[in-house]
Design a protein around this ligand. Structure first.
Ligand code: BJW
Ligand code: ZN
Length: 261
């Protein structure tokens, strides 16, 4: 693990003693579960398409079949994947902090539901989820956890027959108001902030990293094998995979907190 060594122990101690920890997760957290990161989601049949050109209302209007096939493919993949050590460690951290009277808020940009499957409770899905689909005409929503593909693309609404789409947030769309409210409040209150496996370029979520870095008294850490535009502002940077580094950090905090809290 390459990091700003020497600060790791201090960071783990502050994490153990925190009042409110906010973790912001990106696609890198699920990478070791076999879920391709957003910008790398160009495998197999989909290799020739640019994900940023499929994830928009304009793309859906232009070619609903192609866009919903892509999302259905990713929906099935998410269901086949299992949470990894990073998801599990975040769930452990939440549990441990709550037992010690502290708060933990997870803001995730991931649409795969792996945090919830690992046992995280306080999760806000900033970009929605692949596992719910809604009717573009009447708004009816349903959970779609069947392993087989939809019979047609776009799938039709059981209520009105309208075309259905995944409940994810596309470019140019508003994020869920409740998730934004929760994120605003959590970031304004946290004393430790973790940015995990995100390229930190998609707004408004990347703005929460800027806010956390600007907040006096908030300690901030980044875990990502690659640098991001925000890397210079963090107190601790671990250039490692989330599945390798998050469990180590959480374990170190719990070991220190055992005596300290
Ligand atoms: C590992 C690893 C390992 C690899 N371990 N790490 C301000 C400035 C500029 C532009 C804008 C702005 N405000 C708004 C915009 C426009 C736009 C935007 O941000 N554009 C930028 C790209 C330039 N934002 C929007 O349109 C948002 N809506 C909005 O602002 O509405 C208000 C409005 C409306 C109308 C008019 C005006 C304003 C909506 C953004 C929605 C984003 N949705 C997506 C798709 C979701 C569905 C789907 O999955 O298909 O969300 S885009 C995509 O990016 C997805 C992700 O959640 C999101 C973030 O990506 P993430 O998670 O960071 O993944 P990657 O792939 O980018 O990076 C992976 C990282 O992991 C890398 O860093 C690797 O190194 C790392 N990694 N292996 C740890 N093992
Ligand atoms: Zn409908």
């Amino acid at each position: 693990m390459i990091g700003l060594m020497g600060t790791f122990d201090d960071f783990a101690s502050r994490l153990a003693g925190a009042r409110h920890v906010v973790a912001l997760a990106g696609a890198g957290v699920s990478a070791d579960s076999g879920v391709p990161t957003f910008r790398d989601a160009r495998s197999g049949l989909w290799a020739k398409y640019d994900p940023t050109e499929l994830a928009s209302p304009q793309a859906f209007a232009r070619d609903p079949q192609r866009v919903t096939q892509w999302y259905d493919h990713r929906r099935q993949l998410a269901l086949q994947c299992a949470p990894n050590g990073a998801h599990e460690a975040l769930a452990t951290l939440e549990h441990w902090l709550s037992e010690h009277g502290a708060r933990f808020t997870l803001l995730t940009q991931n649409v795969d539901r792996l945090h919830q499957r690992a046992g995280s409770q306080c999760v806000h899905e900033m970009h929605g989820t692949l596992l719910r689909w809604r009717c573009s005409a009447c708004g009816a929503e349903a959970l779609e956890t069947h392993p087989e593909p939809f019979a047609m693309h776009p799938p039709g609404c059981a209520r009105c027959g309208g075309p259905r789409r995944p409940c994810v947030v596309w470019f140019g769309e508003m994020l869920p108001a409740e998730a934004l409210r929760a994120a605003d409040a959590a970031v304004a209150d946290c004393d430790v902030f973790l940015s995990l496996g995100t390229s930190a370029v998609v707004y408004p979520v990347a703005g929460y990293i800027e806010r956390a870095l600007a907040r006096p008294g908030t300690l901030a850490g980044e875990i990502n094998p690659e640098p991001t535009p925000m890397s210079d502002g963090f107190d601790l940077v671990l250039r490692d995979r989330a599945a390798a580094a998050v469990p180590g950090l959480v374990q170190a905090a719990i070991e220190r907190g055992g005596n300290g809290r």
